[in-house]
Design a protein around this ligand. Structure first.
Ligand SMILES: [Zn+2]
Length: 381
């Protein structure tokens, strides 16, 4: 047994209110490889919260059996600030009420600090452990005051000492998919396959946005791009979009937890062989570039009706949905929404009353989409 619990206090946002993060750790950090997982950074995305409870239960059993060779850290809820943001009932957990910032943006990335170190070092040969120490030192220097700033810094510091970092999200209504750096295409594809995700979206190193997983990939990616470590020696981080916001069940969560353990086993964090669930069948993974991801917008206000479901193939020019105008000149008047890519529908809206400019769907295609620019490939909605 090698379990410990960390309680990390965050600055109180108001007199009488306390906030904290919790981390559950299993194994021995000096022994083998390590993995970090958290969920709910977007606090209105709840499938991952249940997945991690199943995962913790399974890790406890593996720990008792002596089957954790490496080190695992689980943060079961990454955003207590967002989880407490209710607006007349529903949780509004994607953006910070304090300043409108997307909770999964503007993390401090490590490219510049690591590139400067490489440029100044006479000998760039460092072990993975020494690189981790450099990353951790860089993050420790971040000045943070507000509860959200401190929360983001502490999440990044907890994660950065691990080889594998997995950030569990979901989208509105979607098939499982994985976001990861182009330098880790192979492992991203393997992770997607193990998770039963039919799609992996591969980000260029200059995707922009400052998402949580980019803290890890910016550090390791800079080292890897300089030719100082191979793809396998580098750390690996990914964002896993588990499914849609409404897809929360014990059945799905138990299966997802087992699949995550299979990935950790494959990465050498666990010694145990984790069997595939009887009802689980991995299919092929389609890999698309992030700049080929098209956010198709609704043209008018009304009720959206879809002709395609997440996972369906789409062709350029094909009608994927219609918006039914409620205030048109004729009854049941519709405005068509066309695909602008040859590829797959990944995401569609859960709530069907839409406004002009709202995302109708996320489609993935092979070719770069017009108006998608490096440096701002991650949108904020
Ligand atoms: Zn999210």
């Amino acid at each position: 047994m090698s379990y410990r619990r960390l309680d990390i206090p965050l600055p109180s946002p108001a007199p009488g209110v306390s906030l904290n993060l919790v981390a559950h750790q299993f194994g021995n950090r000096s022994n083998g490889r390590s993995a970090y997982l958290h969920a709910g950074l977007h606090a209105d995305e709840h499938p991952g919260l249940l997945v991690l409870q199943h995962l913790l239960e399974q890790l406890q059993q593996l720990d008792a059996a002596g089957a954790i060779d490496g080190f695992v850290t689980i943060v079961p809820y990454a955003n207590p600030i967002g989880m407490s943001q209710r607006l007349f009932g529903p949780i509004a957990g994607r953006f910070d009420f304090d300043n409108g910032e997307n909770f999964n943006r503007n993390f401090r990335l490590l490219d510049e600090r690591v590139a400067a170190h490489i440029a100044n070092a006479r000998d760039g040969k460092m072990t993975p452990g020494e690189w981790k120490a450099l990353f951790a030192d860089s993050l420790a220097q971040i000045v943070a005051t507000s509860p959200a700033q401190v929360m983001k810094r502490e999440l990044a510091r907890l994660a950065i000492e691990h080889d594998i970092v997995l950030d569990l999200h979901c989208d509105t209504d979607c098939v499982p998919h994985v976001y990861a750096s182009e330098l880790q295409r192979q492992r991203a594809t393997e992770l997607a396959e193990i998770m039963g995700a039919p799609v992996a979206l591969i980000e260029p190193r200059d995707a922009g946005g400052g998402a949580f997983d980019q803290v890890h990939s910016s550090g390791w990616g800079t080292v890897q791009a300089a030719g100082l470590l191979s793809e396998n020696e580098s750390g690996f981080s990914a964002t896993i979009e588990l499914r849609g916001q409404a897809d929360v069940s014990d059945e799905l969560a138990s299966r997802d937890a087992s699949n995550l353990l299979r990935f950790l086993s494959r990465e050498g964090v666990l010694t145990a062989e984790v069997p595939t669930a009887a009802d689980f069948a991995a299919g092929p993974v389609a890999v698309f570039p992030l700049d080929g991801a098209s956010h198709v917008q609704c043209p008018v206000a009304g009720v959206i009706v879809y002709y395609k479901a997440p996972g369906d193939p789409v062709s350029a020019g094909e009608v994927i949905a219609e918006v039914v105008r409620l205030d048109g000149g004729t009854f049941n008047e519709r405005v068509r929404i066309l695909s602008d890519v040859d590829g797959l529908m990944i995401v569609r809206q859960l709530h069907k009353l839409v406004r002009p400019g709202q995302r109708a769907a996320l489609l993935a295609g092979e070719r770069p989409v017009r108006d998608r620019n490096r440096g701002s490939l991650l949108l904020d909605f």
